[in-house]
Design a protein around this ligand. Structure first.
Ligand code: GLN
Length: 481
């Protein structure tokens, strides 16, 4: 029976519970016990007790969610992968987590992540790296690596992550699952421990596109606690499209060549998926995003600049860690921050502070903002010609633990295909499109702001045709119960 339960997608489990064929408490206990025995270090906290029963008739019927550590959850450790917040238990819950609980998706576990969401491999976590369930010698991607590994390994039915420059899409790609970054503002950021506020977005990591749509439906909406949040023009629908007739897919030359550093195995899988899209009726045409080659440079100014301001609040006074300072306040601050932050976070704070310092502000931050505007305009021009932009999600498949952890620039290059959409604030989804040397490859589809429904429909049609089977990763999460 348990093996059979594991076969159900989250949406199928919701349907089974609602039909009276499955007991929500049994499903919760199956995943809770699997998560508690996690061999991947995907979690920083796992529920010890059964969930409070979902409200009668709740649309998500009690199918629980794993939630990235950086979402504040009342009374439950919320550490953003950092030593400086070790043991911090917030007095309130993030809006999206509260919305999910209300819709009937209770909290199953908190997932490991790169510290303050800075990273692409999950190796920057103060709580140790997460292992990829396809190959435990490899990284799961980051920064939402715990969420991605947990879903891929069948340790959670679905999960929440956040994406600032690729942190939902890239780990989804590395772990062979679906990850969606919504339009900026679609989900409230209230209660998300901030990295770069003009970029941070919450989104689902799921086994398939239908699950992503179902979870997202209950996350979105205007929240008075986040002034950047807004109501979507239409409700998120469950996707049903069977073909891609009349859909125009644009392949940006700047992000899809081996010259751009895309691994040949990744490109081969990407191109095979495009052929499938054509067989479904899509047209595939080259397009151009002329400023995309500058996206990484702009992102690695803007995100650290915002982070340097956001992280100023961690001073040893208000939250988490405090290291005594010989009765001297300044020493207390600096010792706390020196011991509380990891190397990558310190690097970003220094880069960001430098980029914002008077005399350099316009040369760095100002220039990066102008590049950001150009990138948005590039997408607008492209979307006058095509419906969606398609790229590989990441230039490589999951790499070995330690392979890039001493080379920040090599690590940053992972984000080359995902950062442009973040800067433009537009929605993008990664779906698994095949294997290269036995490891999953992700295909990214990006659309105009608020095109989530159309994007999910197109991704769904392609997903059905590609028929990717991710079940071999379940063994990586322990033998199926
Ligand atoms: N890898 C990128 C970074 O390190 C993106 C992280 C994210 O999206 N949170 O900044």
């Amino acid at each position: 029976m348990s093996q059979h339960l594991l076969e159900l997608s989250a949406a199928q489990a919701v349907a089974a519970i609602r039909a009276g064929e499955l007991d929500a408490a049994e499903l919760f206990e199956l995943y809770r016990s699997r998560a508690a025995a996690d061999p991947l270090n995907a979690f920083t906290w796992v529920a010890e007790d059964a969930a409070v029963a979902a409200p009668a008739g709740a649309p998500l019927a009690g199918v629980p969610a794993a939630v990235k550590d950086l979402f504040c959850t009342e009374g439950v450790p919320s550490q953003s992968g950092s030593r400086i917040l070790e043991g911090y238990r917030p007095p309130y819950t993030a809006t999206v987590v509260a919305k999910l609980a209300k819709a009937g998706a209770p909290l199953l576990a908190k997932t490991n992540q790169d510290e303050f969401a800075m990273g692409s491999s999950n190796e920057n976590s103060a709580y140790g790296p997460v292992l990829n369930p396809w190959d435990r010698a490899r990284v799961p991607g980051g920064s939402s690596g715990g969420s991605a590994a947990a879903v891929a390994a069948g340790l959670a039915p679905w999960a929440l992550g956040t994406d600032t420059g690729g942190s939902i899409r890239q780990p989804a790609a590395f772990c062979g699952i679906v990850g969606l970054k919504p339009t900026y503002g679609a989900c409230s950021r209230y209660g998300m421990i901030a990295f770069a506020s003009s970029l941070d977005q919450a989104g689902p990591l799921t086994r398939d596109v239908t699950d992503a749509a179902l979870l997202l439906r209950h996350m979105v909406g205007r929240d008075q606690n986040d002034s950047t949040s807004l109501e979507l023009p239409e409700e998120i629908r469950l996707p049903s499209r069977g073909d891609l007739k009349g859909v125009r897919l644009g392949v940006p030359q700047e992000l899809t060549g081996t010259a751009g550093g895309i691994d040949p195995g990744v490109l081969a899988s990407f191109e095979a998926a495009l052929a499938q899209a054509q067989a479904l009726g899509a047209s595939v045409e080259p397009c151009t995003l002329p400023h995309a080659p500058h996206a990484l440079s702009a992102y690695y100014i803007i995100a650290p600049a915002e982070a340097s301001a956001n992280l100023a609040r961690f001073d040893g006074v208000r939250y988490g860690l405090r290291v005594a300072g010989d009765s001297d306040l300044d020493t207390m601050y600096s010792r706390t921050r020196a011991q509380g932050f990891g190397a990558e976070v310190k690097r970003r704070i220094m880069l960001g502070t430098y980029a914002l310092s008077s005399g350099y502000y316009d040369a760095y931050y100002g220039t990066a903002q102008r590049v950001r505007t150009r990138i948005s305009q590039d997408f607008q021009s492209a979307f006058a010609e095509v419906d969606f932009i398609v790229t590989p999600t990441a230039p490589t498949t999951a790499f070995e633990l330690g392979a890039k952890s001493h080379d920040p620039l090599a690590m940053y290059l992972n984000d080359v295909c995902t950062v442009p959409m973040s800067l433009a604030g537009i929605p993008a989804i990664s779906i698994p499109c095949g294997l290269s040397d036995g490891l999953p490859v992700g295909l990214q589809l990006a659309g105009p702001a608020f095109s989530e429904n159309a994007l999910l429909d197109a991704a769904y049609a392609l997903e059905q045709a590609l028929a990717f089977d991710g079940r071999s990763a379940w063994a990586g999460g322990g033998a199926p119960a």
